[in-house]
Design a protein around this ligand. Sequence first.
Ligand code: PLP
Length: 359
Amino acid sequence: MTTPTIELKPSSNLVPAADRERILANPGFGRYFTDHMVTIRWTEGRGWHDAQLVPYAPLSLDPANMTLHYAQTIFEGLKAYRSADGSVSTFRPEANARRFQRSARRMAMPELPEELFIGACDALVKQDIDWVPGTGEESLYLRPFMFATEVGVGVHPANEFLFMVIASPAGAYFKGGVKPVSVWISEEYVRAAPGGTGEAKAGGNYASSLLAQAEATERGCDQVVWLDGIERKWVEEMGTNNLFFVYGDRIVTPAFSGSLLAGIVRDSLLTIASDLGYEVAEERISVEDWRRAAADGSLTEVFGCGTAAVITPVGRIRSKGGDWTVPATGEVTMRLRKALLDIQTGAAKDVHGWLHPVA
Ligand SMILES: *Cc1c(COP(=O)(O)O)cnc(C)c1O
C-alpha cells in the first residue's frame, strides 16, 4: 500500500483578517480553530487513502458510530512557534508521530506512517500560516487525532478510521507571570494502572480523570496529583503533566511504571537539564519522600511539564494525611522553562535538531 499525498482543497470563505487578528490578540487555549483541517481515511484492506486538506467544518456522524460508544480514539498535541526571523517550526513532531503509533497499537488501531503524520501537520500549518501568532510564547497548537468511523454497536476493533488534524492559536499560558499551582493528591481515584492504557494518549483516560480533577477543585486546589494504581504510594503525574522534583543541583522525575505517559517535554527537559550541568535521574518517588524532603529542605522545587502549559511550578500540596509547601521561587524551574522556550522559539541554538522547519 502506498502513502497517499495530501490533496489541497482550500476554503474560499476564510475568517476575515480583522476577526483573525482580534482572536490572535487574546486566543486563550483551545477556544478558536483555524480555517482548515486535514482528514485521512483508513479502511481495512485498503489502508490509508483520501488524504485531504479541506475547510474546517463540523462532521456528520451516525448515532451508532463506534467511537461514541466504545471510545476507540487517540490524540496528540504539539505546537508551531514563530521565530524572530518570521520562520515557523514545529517542535519534535517525529516524537509525536511515534507516540501516536504506540497509542494506536495499544488501542488496536492502525498505525499512521510517520511521514503522513508530519506531512499532515506541515500542510495545515502552511495553509493557515497567518494563524501562527507573533513571536514569544504564543503558538499554534496542533491537535492530530484518530477515531473509529465504523457504524455498529458490536464490540470489536473497528474496520475503518478517520485521522484528522485541527489547529488552535494558543496564548502565553501564564498571563502576567508564571504562578505556582496547588495540588490535591488523589488517593481514591487512579488515572491508570500497569497493563492499562495510561501510556497511550487515549480519550478515555481523560474522561476517567475528570472526577478526580473536580475533587481537587473542591479541595481548593488547581490540579490533581496521580499516584500509582497498585500501592497508591508512588507519585506518577499531575493532571495531564509529568512531574519533576528538584533537589539543589539534582533533578528527578518519576520513572516509567507502565502507567506514566511518556511526555515529550519530560524527555526534552531530561536532556536540557543534563546539558546545563544538573544531575538528572528517573526514580520512584513516594508521597512520604515528597513530604519529608520538603520538610527537611532538601527538596527545593517541584514543577509539572507538558506541551500546553510548558512548565508549571507547584507550590502547595494537600492530601488526606496533611498539607505542606515547597518553596515557590523556582530558580531552576524558571531556568529550564526559559531554556526550553528559547529552543522552541528559535532564540537559542537548536543543538539537538528538535525544530522541524515548516515555513
Ligand atoms: C500529553 C500528556 C503529558 C505531556 O506530554 P507532552 O508530550 O510533554 O506534552 C503528560 N501526561 C499526560 C497524562 C498527558 O496526556
